[in-house]
Design a protein around this ligand. Structure first.
Ligand code: SER
Length: 312
């Protein structure tokens, strides 16, 4: 039997592009997009769409039964910066949605679950360079706490109930179609928009703040790849480290200047600096590469060229 997929949070930054790619791969009728509100015209017309609150387990079950869904990609979440403003809401959204979907898998309504974790699950006591798959994890943001707890819920449901849940610790994701909202790595998206519109950007992180990042195309490919991998190859059931590139605001500005020589960057740090300072700078993702063949394609220059071509 072929897969029928439900994406929860389909109108977000990653959900938007993941939905289109899954529709290409699995056929548009087999990929049901859902979100708390309607999305772009492309989202609404390229396949089935349902309004759905990620924390409404009975509502999710109804859609699962209506379309005979076999896989759920749970992409709804409150990110790091917004989470610091609304800690309880972040916890409620990020945890209730995950536990609801894991329960649906435990109760055999669905066969497979994808749930993203993040570099935010690490903290200031984790090694910053080549952060290993398994190491000290003491996150200091509510978002990070929810991701680390979520990883262990995933592992628990796999160990206790045999739930096939798969997860990746995303770095900052860069894209031009849909902007992220409320994250700390968002500067690396905004900078491209402002570079093309205004030729200048004021960065909320300092010039040498190095963070792990990835272009959207790589992130979407990794997500589908881990879900399609042979079950025997998935040896980590908390969440896999995943990496592509690491750069600083100064380095991304220099990459942009190769195409827009007059581009200027200035720096005015805000509360997000402390969040960035608590995260790794370079991630060791050798386990993902060994276990299920992960390989990234985009480096900083290739990504910059593609971003500016699409925004220009
Ligand atoms: N991009 C996320 C954030 O900045 C990290 O996973 O919150």
């Amino acid at each position: 039997m072929s897969d029928t997929i439900l994406i929860i949070g389909a109108c977000g930054q990653i959900g938007t592009e993941l939905t289109q790619k899954l529709r290409d791969v699995y056929g548009k009728e087999n990929v049901i997009a859902s979100d708390i509100r309607e999305g772009s015209e492309e989202m609404m017309t390229s396949g089935p769409f349902e309004i759905l609150d990620a924390t409404d387990k009975p509502g999710i079950l109804k859609i699962v039964q209506k379309y005979k869904v076999t896989q759920v990609y749970l992409m709804a979440a409150m990110l790091s910066a917004t989470g610091e403003k609304f800690p309880h809401k972040a916890w409620e959204l990020n945890m209730t949605s995950l536990l609801g979907v894991l329960d649906l898998a435990k109760e055999k309504h669905i066969k497979q679950v994808y749930w993203p974790s993040s570099i935010a699950s690490f903290g200031p006591t984790s090694p910053k360079i080549n952060t290993p798959q398994q190491t000290v994890m003491e996150p200091t943001t509510v978002y990070g706490i929810s991701k680390l707890a979520g990883e262990h819920w995933c592992n628990y449901y796999h160990e206790k109930y045999g739930v096939d849940v798969r997860s990746i610790r995303y770095p900052g994701i860069i894209s031009w179609k849909t902007k992220p909202g409320g994250g700390t790595t968002d500067y690396a998206v905004d900078i491209y928009f402002q570079a093309t519109e205004k030729k200048t950007y004021e960065c909320f992180l300092t010039e040498n703040t190095r963070l792990p990042m990835m272009y959207m195309q790589d992130a979407v490919n990794a997500t589908i790849q881990i879900m399609q991998a042979d079950v025997a190859d998935i040896k980590t059931r908390t969440s896999y480290n995943l990496a592509a590139i690491s750069f600083t605001p100064k380095e991304i500005a220099a990459a942009i200047r190769k195409y827009i020589p007059e581009f200027e960057i200035s720096y005015k740090e805000d509360f997000r600096q402390a969040i960035a300072d608590s995260w790794p700078q370079v991630i060791d993702d050798s386990k993902a590469r060994e276990d299920w063949g992960w390989a990234h394609k985009f480096d900083l220059d290739l990504m910059t060229k593609d971003m500016l071509e699409n925004l220009g």
